[in-house]
Design a protein around this ligand. Sequence first.
Ligand SMILES: Nc1nc2c(ncn2[C@@H]2O[C@H](COP(=O)(O)OP(=O)(O)OP(=O)(O)O)[C@@H](O)[C@H]2O)c(=O)[nH]1
Ligand SMILES: [Mg+2]
Length: 257
Amino acid sequence: MSRKKAAKGKAPNSSPSAGSPGGKGVGKAARSSPSIVQMNGVVHPSRPSISSSNEFYDIAFKVMLVGDSGVGKTCLLVRFKDGAFLAGSFISTVGIDFRNKVLTIDGVKVKLQIWDTAGQERFRSVTHAYYRDAHGEKLIPPLYLLYVLVSCSYCICQAWLTEIHEYAQQDVVLMLLGNKADATHNRVVKREDGEKLAKEFGVPFMETSARSGLNVELAFTAVAKELKHRFMKDPSERFKLHEYVNKEMKGAGCCRT
Ligand SMILES: Nc1nc2c(ncn2[C@@H]2O[C@H](COP(=O)(O)OP(=O)(O)OP(=O)(O)O)[C@@H](O)[C@H]2O)c(=O)[nH]1
Ligand SMILES: [Mg+2]
């Protein structure tokens, strides 16, 4: 497989045609030169690309973080990308933003272009636009739905899941993350409740912490593996996201940082 490159600072070609959402990432996208690589597994061999961190990659996928404001989407992304926790005052995301990270999955360089959506209700139309491609068709942006363990989120999650099923494609790769697992003294939502909800909707689940790093790497690696397997369509390789997550969680006692 040939390796692609995408010049640093160039924006992705996956911004939606529907609407003109106005986030930081969108602003960057609007100023960018023409597209570099199709997201979600489609690659253009004639267009060598490198990720924003100057790393080569073979396939690129767009993924999205969704969930209410304050659940920790931006912090989780910063933890995954930079290995740091954004402590201090809470700065709510305006519109939408993105960051790239290249992972090596079974020898294949997989670039994840991770869109960090604003959780505030007033930006909801922006988020909806990103569920669709340039032709207004439903995309398969794999999604991470975050809820927070320090407030009651069961109904909120159900509403999000209903919305996701309305806007995203049927075979969307979805993972439910219960964030702020480090805040044990404030915990309101039990692990079993998160597991129950995930089971109800048939999605993999794990508790995470952007503060401690708990399961952050695992959450993104698991989805990257699933996407890579879907793209490669190699019948000799059998991969089940649920099984992988369960195995890794058991193996690490649910505490991978
Ligand atoms: N204790 C703890 N606090 C966290 C964690 N993740 C995020 N926070 C805090 O929660 C607040 C909100 O975090 P953000 O990542 O900005 O939340 P968000 O989901 O991006 O919010 P919007 O951009 O408004 O949608 C911040 O004050 C963070 O410091 C975590 O894992 N543990
Ligand atoms: Mg945010």
